[in-house]
Design a protein. Structure first.
Length: 291
């Protein structure tokens, strides 16, 4: 049976001009960047400049990074639009009176956000495929890019839906979602650096203990950028910048266990955080009913 909330939202989105405009704007940016790279490279060849073919990988990485960054810009806005009518008409209070509606309501919002972003990503596949052909990147990396986009969409939409569930005013919900995004993306790095500095100041050996390094490693696992760095290394074969950060925090990236498990664990942690926020949203709606 199709979720009634999802069906209503999807029909509303299909009749709205916003989704086609998002698709057009999204693909226009991708096409512009690809054409810009083509023009610059063609100019370099005509003028006889030496051109390192390895830079093609970074051109594909820039294009794929734009697609990932677009998720973090679009998700708070896309999810916010699905709550406008419910907030204005006080529908959440009415939904609270229906038994078992919490899970359907929350999952419909998450699934709608994921489906919309999946649709937008698929619409950009012609441009992304052209980038793969032009830069000599294999199709497997394009599939991995799609998986990354969907994963970050799930993570971001789960956080945003949670904020719109717990806050009555949309402005506070939007601000809260941005704050939580910032805490995961930048706050974990700041906290790891603070723990490192406190450990060095309070210690006498001038070295970080195993406990501190493991705590910093856990904070990095919570950061979605760690999963992205796995994708970055897969495309370029170089994670020098991330290795320096880990070394700064006392983490040895040369160990086989780190290479084999870290990026997989970071991806799993990203999914688990999304699932956690879904359960928190459902729990809060059920708690509000009993209250």
């Amino acid at each position: 049976m199709i979720n009634p909330f999802f069906r209503a939202e999807w029909l509303q989105k299909g009749r709205n001009i916003q989704l086609p405009l998002m698709v057009i704007f999204y693909n226009a940016i991708l096409a512009f960047v690809i054409i810009l790279f083509m023009v610059l490279n063609e100019g370099s060849f005509q003028n006889g400049y030496y051109y390192d073919t390895s830079t093609y990988q970074y051109q594909f990485l820039i294009i794929s990074t734009l697609q990932i960054v677009a998720v973090f810009f679009m998700m708070p806005y896309s999810v916010a639009k699905t709550f406008v009518t419910d907030k204005e008409n006080h529908m959440l209070e009415q939904f609270d009176m229906i038994p078992g509606v919490s899970m359907q309501y929350v999952t419909s919002k998450i699934f709608l956000a994921v489906l919309i972003n999946c649709f937008i990503f698929i619409s950009g596949l012609p441009a992304a495929t052209l980038s793969c052909i032009y830069t000599g990147i294999g199709g497997a990396k394009l599939l991995r890019l799609g998986a990354m986009v969907l994963m970050f969409t799930f993570w971001s939409s789960a956080i945003t839906v949670f904020c719109y569930i717990i806050y009555e005013r949309s402005i506070w919900a939007f601000s809260g979602s941005l704050l939580i995004h910032g805490l995961f993306l930048g706050g974990t790095l700041f906290l790891a650096e603070m723990i490192r500095n406190i450990s060095l100041l309070s210690g006498t050996t001038g070295e970080l203990s195993t406990t501190v390094s493991n705590l910093c490693l856990f904070l990095l696992l919570l950061n979605p950028l760690s999963s992205y760095m796995g994708y970055y290394g897969n495309v370029t074969g170089d994670i020098g910048m991330f290795s320096e950060l880990c070394s700064h925090l006392g983490i040895d990236t040369s160990q086989k266990m780190f290479i084999f498990l870290f990026y997989k664990a970071a991806t799993l942690m990203c999914l688990l955080v999304g699932v956690l926020f879904i359960f928190l949203s459902i729990w809060y709606m059920e708690r509000r009913k009993r209250g």
